[in-house]
Write a protein that binds this ligand. Structure first.
Ligand code: HEC
Length: 103
């Protein structure tokens, strides 16, 4: 019985941990996995991470619109960069990571 209680507690702790991880997605990891292929090289005309000239005009639209366009797609960029498995929060975290050097 005691062993069962310990197992249950471990399960609850694991759930709490994964909830915490989901609440704060790792923008860098998501960028590396889902965005870098285009946004490091400028493939298909993608604005390059860290290039102020590429981002200045886009930043004037405001973060809300940049988030929305990343989630819904814009021009040659498919919705969520083609990674439909990402949550909106994960895409936003990747946008934050990508824009951090030019903000
Ligand atoms: C298949 C290539 C590709 C991938 C993968 C990709 N993008 Fe893009 N992205 C583009 C292109 C091309 C544009 C420019 C589109 C335009 O303005 O016509 C763009 C534009 C953007 C913009 C500017 C939007 C605006 O309103 O000006 C943001 C922000 C952005 N991408 C974020 C991301 C994020 C975050 C990811 C990863 C989840 C990602 N992109 C993955 C190609 C890509």
């Amino acid at each position: 019985m005691k062993r069962l209680a310990t197992l249950t507690l471990t399960g609850v702790a694991a759930l709490a941990l994964s909830a915490a991880v989901q609440a704060e997605p790792d923008g860098e990891a998501i960028y590396n996995q889902a965005c870098m292929a285009c946004h490091m090289t400028g493939a298909a005309g993608a604005p390059i991470k860290g290039n102020e000239g590429h981002w200045a005009e886009r930043l004037e639209k405001g973060m809300d619109e940049l988030y929305a366009n990343s989630i819904n797609g814009i021009g040659a960029m498919p919705p969520k960069g083609g990674h439909a498995n990402l949550s909106d929060e994960e895409v936003k975290a990747a946008v934050d990571f990508m824009l951090e050097p030019v903000l």
